[in-house]
Design a protein around this ligand. Structure first.
Ligand SMILES: Nc1ncnc2c1ncn2[C@@H]1O[C@H](COP(=O)(O)OP(=O)(O)OP(=O)(O)O)[C@@H](O)[C@H]1O
Ligand SMILES: [Mg+2]
Length: 510
């Protein structure tokens, strides 16, 4: 459906066009008219299907330009996601000069206070902890707020956040509209949400699977100690544009990142113990394609929209099946294809089955590539690089080249060059400390809803995540990105024809 049929004003239609959106996605088509009419809405749709614009557009349209108070509040579970959402609102509301601000932890509160004072925003985006901090200091006033959005609503209403949300809501006296959005909405959370809402319209975009349609999902069965080498070989063969690697603990983020760097990969890590400045800078580099691999805890599992992520590796299988849906949803967004590869140790097979029950999608077994196949992958990239180099002016090297050719055969010289370029570093020994494997408790979801905060201890909350759009990718593995082209080592490709895409976002210009 065209956006122009949804009742949006001309400024917004202009902004939509500028964003390159041709047609509204199903969640947008079904929720925008309801939200414009002031209804409470619970919107559930797969990852990467434009839920942000689904709440952003009606909020922007319903703003009263003459009202100088905060009129809409959007709560996000992490800092980076708060920043990203603020940026999308800003982009879409630019023609209407909508005032949007973001507050999140780990950043100078004094500066946030000054900026809120000088320029009361019409729309405020924030993380729960920092919002409460401002409320207690009376540096924000939510009495004029009409609309509240809980993005990633199931996370916001789960144990780790619910009290903060209740406290924040107690400051909002005149709330007339509540919007909840997420790709996952477990029943117990849905029941809690009704406590906060008035006769909500529940919009569920029906799909065969909970995970996004365009993600090929694989798993590799191996021992924990084998994961690192197998993953490196997979990366060599698959040559992702951008990849996100999810691990279970902060220590693992650091170790896996160091290991990848030692082997010559362009990787950096992000987790809750890093300074906010560092988190933002890592994500910014990743979005800009200056970093090829992001290693992360679940702090990066939800909501982040980074175009060009072709692969998600679950180095550690997530302990919460919903988290799997969100993690792999960092790829396969906005009509793009993606692959996810989940490592499963023998005693974690039960976890995998639980995930498959939730997603209603079976992961395809993947046979790890051999060292030789990995080297072939590296060499293919090296050869592409040589072809690129041959196009450049090489005249100042010819004398030295002739000298080398007098002493060595051309074959040996080119082989040495290839060895150097292909960064065959599998002999660089990397050991990742073992982490206790997850005990499988059986049953659905491993009891997460009452299981004590779903491993927040590991992931750290007070979270944050953020960033922006990207250009070219780091060129060290600029090679073949034809993901269909290396099926020889696969245990068979997933049968995508059976998954029945309900829609594909068309012609998004990035
Ligand atoms: N109608 C549209 N046509 C094309 N692209 C769109 C459209 N709406 C949104 N997008 C783009 O799709 C991408 C994903 O959108 P968004 O981040 O809102 O997804 P989401 O549904 O919130 O995903 P998640 O569940 O992971 O948070 C963004 O880059 C966004 O700009
Ligand atoms: Mg989202």
């Amino acid at each position: 459906m065209k956006f122009s049929e949804l009742g949006l004003n001309d400024e917004l239609l202009k902004a939509i066009k500028r964003s390159g959106f041709e047609e509204a996605t199903p969640i947008q088509e079904q929720t925008i008219p309801l939200a414009l009419a002031g209804k409470d809405v619970i919107g559930q749709a797969q990852t990467g299907t434009g839920k942000t614009a689904a709440f952003a557009l009606p909020i922007l349209q319903n703003l009263d330009k003459h009202n100088k108070t905060i009129q809409a509040l959007i709560i996000e579970p992490t800092r980076e996601l708060a920043i990203q959402t603020q940026e999308e609102l800003f982009r879409l509301g630019r023609d209407e000069k909508a005032r949007v601000q973001v507050v999140y932890g780990g950043a100078d509160i004094g500066r946030q206070i000054r900026s809120l004072k000088n320029h009361v925003p019409a729309i405020l985006v924030g993380t729960p902890g920092r919002l409460l901090d401002h409320l207690k200091r009376k540096t924000i006033n939510l009495e004029g707020v009409n609309t509240i959005v809980l993005d990633e609503a199931d996370e916001m209403l789960d144990m780790g956040f619910i009290q903060d949300i209740e406290s924040i809501l107690s400051y909002v006296k005149n709330r007339s509209q509540t919007l909840l959005f997420s790709a996952t909405m477990p029943k117990p959370i849905l029941r809690i949400s009704e406590k906060f809402m008035h006769d909500p319209e529940i919009v569920r975009i029906k799909t065969k699977e909970l995970t996004a349609d365009l993600i090929d999902q694989y798993y590799v069965r191996c021992k924990d100690a084998e994961k690192f080498n197998i993953m490196c070989r997979l990366i060599d063969v698959e040559s992702p544009d951008l990849a996100v690697i999810f691990v279970r603990t902060k220590r693992r983020v650091d170790e896996v990142t160091r290991g990848l760097q030692a082997r010559g990969y362009n990787a950096a890590g992000i987790h809750g113990d890093l300074s906010q400045a560092r988190r933002i800078s890592v994500l910014k580099r990743f979005r800009a394609g200056k970093l090829d691999i992001l290693v992360a805890t679940d702090v990066a599992a939800r909501g982040l929209d980074i175009s060009g992520v072709t692969h998600v590796y679950n180095y550690d299988i997530p302990q919460d099946p919903d988290s799997y849906v969100h993690r792999i949803g960092r790829t396969g967004r906005a009509g793009q294809n993606g692959s996810s590869i989940t490592f499963v140790t023998p005693n974690e097979l039960g976890y995998m089955r639980t995930i498959e029950q939730l997603t209603k999608k079976k992961m395809t077994p993947l046979r790890p590539p051999s060292d030789d196949q990995a080297l072939r992958g590296q060499l293919k990239i090296a050869k592409t690089k040589i072809e690129d180099l041959m196009k450049e002016d090489l005249s100042k090297y010819t004398d030295d080249a002739s000298e080398l050719l007098e002493n060595y055969s051309a074959i040996d010289l080119v082989s040495a060059f290839l060895k150097n370029l292909s960064k065959d570093s599998s002999d660089v020994e990397v050991t990742i400390s073992s982490e206790k494997p997850l005990p499988y408790k059986g049953g659905n979801g491993g009891g997460r809803r009452n299981g004590g905060g779903r491993g927040r201890g590991h992931y750290g909350r007070g979270g944050g995540r953020g960033g922006n759009s990207r250009g070219g990718h780091g060129n060290y593995r600029g090679g073949d990105r034809n993901h269909g082209g290396h099926s020889s080592y696969r245990g068979g490709r997933s049968n995508r024809s059976g998954s029945g895409h309900d829609f594909v976002i068309k012609n998004k210009k990035d």
